[in-house]
Design a protein. Structure first.
Length: 373
């Protein structure tokens, strides 16, 4: 992983490059940033720069043996800890290392949700169990293979239970020699304050729309219209933007799907509603989340279209034509409640709610709201 594959984040990259270039790497770092900010791939880019045998001031060479090993997540001095679904056969990250490598290599902007989907463990609680802390100590007690630093990359340390977190704290208080801890978190507020005080924080920000547009055009050869629409829906999350692109040719477009939903909500038809619900319940969680995000975008633009500056409407082309007809149904009375419904349903879907029950409820509630004058 090289720094130039990470979208935006100039400030974080600059700080990390400087640390390695000046040989002043702190013993514990915290890469904090929302999903899709790129803090996980950045941790790999940082490791690769650190271990590269022909590194330059601007990063790793990308071709030496060390670079190759880090890029494949098989460098012997680079260790990983990540949340697991505990079972009879899975006691710690070690038992899922192969799966984690595959998931990350296929999708460096991996989210916790993606990871648990990969494991087919969507309904299990992700956890870093206490056993992991003994593993950390054991791994760090070996001398480094390649004679430099050992690195312990802990992804989502907020998933440690209290006992595991306290043991980690002890290790951070008395870190083994030549060891760097890189904690990669999406929820720093869930970490112990005492852990936060032991690490140097590197904040990662949500990507800007423009950064996502440019990255999509450069990496996926899409036209600027598609890149723009995708960036708007992705809402600062580059991982989500890639996901949206990968699914964009999957049958019904977002617009058609949303239109059908709204027609059902305007004039409730039970048989057709059941059909829509079955199709959408079978489409998978990512697709369902995108439906809610798309709806939120349409509501926002409708309000802008009705009351605000029409130039701030972000949808264009066919979608704008739909908006002109749809916007009159969104008013000051129902806007907030529609947004609340779509937001909370997004949240429930993420937490494994039954999509069939949820969609039926949503159609009925939207029916009530959208007919509000
Ligand atoms: Zn190299």
């Amino acid at each position: 992983m090289l720094y130039n594959s990470i979208v935006g984040q100039q400030e974080a990259k600059g700080r990390l490059l400087k640390m390695v270039n000046e040989n002043r790497v702190p013993h514990a770092l915290l890469f904090s940033g929302k999903e899709g900010s790129g803090n996980l791939p950045a941790a790999l880019a940082f490791a690769q720069h650190l271990y590269c045998t022909q590194r330059t001031e601007s990063g790793a060479c990308g071709t030496c043996t060390s670079c190759n090993k880090v890029a494949k997540l098989i460098h012997p001095d680079l260790h990983f800890v990540f949340p697991i679904a505990k079972s009879k056969d899975v006691k710690s990250s070690n038992d899922l290392l192969k799966e984690f490598r595959e998931a990350f290599l296929a999708k460096p902007y991996l989210s916790l949700n993606d990871w648990f989907n990969e494991l087919s463990a969507e309904n299990k609680q992700p956890i870093i169990p206490v056993e992991e802390s003994s593993d950390i100590l054991r791994k760090l007690s070996y001398t480094s293979y390649e004679g430099s630093y050992k690195m312990m990359l802990i992804w989502q340390p907020e998933k440690m239970n209290a006992e595991a977190a306290n043991r980690l704290l002890k290790i951070l208080e008395e870190p083994p020699d030549q060891t760097i801890f890189v904690l990669v978190t999406t929820n720093p507020e869930q970490l112990l304050a005492t852990i936060i005080s032991r690490v140097q924080q590197i904040p990662f920000y949500s990507c800007s729309e423009q950064e996502i547009i440019e990255a999509l055009i450069a990496n996926y050869e899409v036209n600027s219209e598609v890149a723009k629409q995708t960036a708007i829906l992705a809402n600062g999350n580059y991982g989500e933007a890639i996901e949206l692109l990968n699914h964009s040719d999957e049958g019904v477009s977002f617009l058609n799907n949303f239109q059908t939903f709204m027609r059902l909500a305007l004039k409730f038809d039970c048989a057709k509603a059941m059909q829509w619900i079955d199709e959408n319940a079978a489409s998978g969680r990512e697709r369902q989340k995108q439906f809610f995000q798309y709806g939120l975008e349409v509501f926002r633009d409708s309000l802008m279209f009705n009351y605000g500056d029409k130039n701030l409407v972000r949808l264009s082309g066919q979608e704008k034509a739909f908006l002109e007809k749809f916007a009159p149904f969104v008013n000051r009375k129902n806007y907030e409640r529609l947004v609340e419904e779509f937001n909370s349903n997004y949240y429930y879907i993420e937490r494994n709610a039954n999509p069939k029950i949820l969609f039926m409820d949503l159609i009925l509630k939207t029916n009530e709201l959208i007919n509000m004058k």
